[in-house]
Design a protein around this ligand. Sequence first.
Ligand code: PNS
Length: 174
Amino acid sequence: MSELKLVQHVVVPGTFDPITYGHLDVIARARRLFPQVTVAVAASVGKNGTGPVFSLDERVQMIRDTLAESQIVEGVEVLPFTGLLMDFCQEIGAGGVVKGLRAMTDFEYELQQADLNYRLRPGIESIFVMGSPEFGYVSSSIVRELAYLGSDVSFLVPSVVERRLHERFGEPRK
Ligand code: PNS
């Protein structure tokens, strides 16, 4: 076996359009396990110009504000990235990627990504944490849909994100 090099620095990647309590849970868990965590925000712009509701800068800023508000700051940074996740990990010297699993439906998609990432950079570990059960149904797309339809989303997202959603989609119905 080649020289054992412990993983110290991991990446928590995603589109974060926007960050939810589910994401925050995964970031906090990753930080409990590893001393250095980089939250990597993917540009995720589609070929025909379609893409996230919030700009890359807005998504990065909402995560930074959320982490500051939640006092998850030490050992955690937030960076945008474009291109391949594995290239980004290599560039910043991260030894692993941490992702959350909610249900079997996540598993199939994540297994495919992990296999592909292994083929690209076998030295970078894919690590999975089981999301807390109370956030099992939370996703950015559900949050966007509820906010768009005028529902309260305060039970799904941190207050900084809630404010930005209301600025974008209007105040929720009473
Ligand atoms: O929050 P998401 O949208 O599920 O995150 C997906 C993300 C951004 C982690 C994934 O699409 C990704 O790694 N994108 C970067 C491009 C890349 O490396 N693609 C090949 C890996 S499957």
